[in-house]
Design a protein around this ligand. Structure first.
Ligand code: URP
Ligand code: ZN
Ligand code: ZN
Length: 463
């Protein structure tokens, strides 16, 4: 495996340089203006960008949710991710009520091991924060190489934690070098609004959005930030959708607090009017938090441009319309939450961000790869192109145009929320630790090639 990727433009979060990249033994061993070939395989990257492999910090593969299980597992989901230019996913190991964190992690290893075609790490999504579960956090960090824990301020009577619990988790996590991720929506308010809507006979998908107002997200985000501030802890807010939440993050960062925000492709290019689609098609867009009014898209783009949001995750959580989303055909509250986004995460940010002039190439790499690597303890092994880093590389052809469709995507699901969108930019080749796993429309990887990545403890990189 001695490869020269030749004639491309290498892009990292800080640099853009025309250079060849030498790969030996799965590692980048040189970056230079011209590398003389010996017995190397030459990969033609003329006219292309060479990006560090994408790191998707937010996926749900093979996850039970809402009485069903996501349509994509670690095989199909990571193949689709690879076609989109992602070489590492950080998936949420779901901890269920009554279970231990250790057992949840073991369950997730069993789901991924031998199936993943790209590298993977885990966060733990804590479903039941009993005192003894909280006590397990230091062990998970030390022994399992998992250093991030998601807690929920929504999904009342199910996953939701109260403020006392959130505060205790924040304190405990920061003591052991872990990062708390928060799903910030006020679950108590939402519960009342959902009950009232159903009592009024409001059953269609659009009521999912109407019962989860932006203010409920803004309030919970601001509250979580205040609790983190009191606890002296860093905080990562997942799937930020609206001005109210994004502004709370910006304000905290202006005060010097280590608060980080993530948004997702769906919140940049889809909006609340998608819930009005006829014949139950609106159910495709049922996710939490929901899609917002269109003006929030410009707010989020502005925050990405100014790096006031630091990470870009897919929140991949795919369900078929047929047989899965249909569980809520007559009651929006029973529609499984989530959408298939793992494959098109980078394409959406590239086309609507870089190609449209809203963000720069360095920002694109920071959001899709470098910052997730820094925040979750994978940097600089991953998230950059540098001597000694894993040769997770994407040769990205900015001239290729394609139209996104469920009929051609690689996800194992019958719908795509970006259906019909035409985008510029597509991976020509994708390398995982020096192995070519994607060559145009051909998949060359194998289940089991993806390896579990232990995460280092949280380090406050200046982001
Ligand atoms: N986002 C969503 O609707 N489903 C996945 C679970 C979550 O991230 O809250
Ligand atoms: Zn969430
Ligand atoms: Zn999620």
């Amino acid at each position: 495996m001695r490869i020269i990727i030749s004639g491309g433009t290498v892009v990292t979060a800080s640099d853009i340089v025309k250079a060849d990249v030498l790969v030996e033994g799965g590692i980048v061993t040189a970056i230079a203006q011209q590398i003389a070939p010996d017995d190397h395989e030459i990969v033609n990257a003329a006219g292309c960008y060479i990006f560090p492999g994408g790191i998707d910090p937010h996926t749900h593969l093979d996850m039970p949710f809402g009485g069903t299980v996501t349509a994509d597992d670690f095989r199909t989901g990571t193949i689709a991710a690879a076609f989109g230019g992602t070489t590492t996913v950080i998936d949420f190991a779901l901890h269920s009520k009554g279970d231990t964190l250790r057992n949840a992690v073991a369950t997730w290893h069993a789901k991924a091991d031998g199936k993943a075609v790209i590298d993977y790490a885990f966060h733990v999504m804590v479903g039941d924060m009993r005192p003894e579960v909280m006590e397990e956090i230091p062990l998970i960090v030390e022994e399992e190489g998992i250093t991030s824990f998601k807690v929920f301020m929504a999904y009342k009577n199910n996953l939701q934690v109260d403020d006392e619990t959130l505060f205790r988790v924040l304190r405990m996590a920061s003591q052991v070098g872990a990062l708390v991720q928060v799903h910030a929506e006020n679950g108590d308010v939402i519960e009342v609004l959902v009950r009232e809507a159903l009592a009024k006979g409001q059953f269609e998908p659009k009521y999912h959005a109407l019962t989860r107002p932006k203010e409920a997200e803004g309030e919970a985000t601001a509250r979580a930030i205040r609790l983190a501030e009191i606890a002296g802890a860093p905080l990562y807010v997942v799937h930020v959708t609206c001005a109210e939440a994004a502004d709370a993050i910006s304000d905290a960062r202006k005060r010097g607090l280590p608060i980080y925000g993530e948004t997702c492709p769906q919140y940049l290019v889809c909006d609340e009017t998608d819930y009005e689609r006829p014949d139950f098609e609106g159910a495709k867009y049922v996710m939490s938090p929901p899609l917002r009014a269109k003006y929030h898209q410009e707010v989020l783009w502005g925050k990405l441009k100014n790096m006031e949001l630091q990470a870009f995750g897919s929140d991949q959580c795919s369900f078929n319309l047929k047989g899965q989303k249909e569980l809520g055909r007559h009651d929006f509250s029973k529609i499984p939450n989530g959408s298939p986004t793992i494959e098109d995460r980078m394409a959406i940010l590239y086309h609507f961000g870089v190609h449209s002039g809203k963000i720069g190439l360095n920002q694109f790499v920071a959001l899709t790869s470098a910052n997730p690597a820094k925040l979750f303890g994978l940097y600089p092994r991953k998230g950059t192109i540098a001597v000694g880093a894993d040769a997770d590389l994407v040769v990205w052809d900015p001239q290729v145009q394609r139209t996104i469709s469920a009929t051609t995507h690689h996800m194992n699901v019958d719908n795509n929320i970006f259906e019909g969108m035409t985008v510029m930019g597509k991976p020509r080749y994708v390398f995982l630790r020096g192995h070519k796993i994607v060559d145009g429309d051909q998949f060359l990887g194998k289940p089991g090639m993806g390896k579990f990545q232990r995460c280092e403890r949280f380090a406050p990189f200046p982001l």
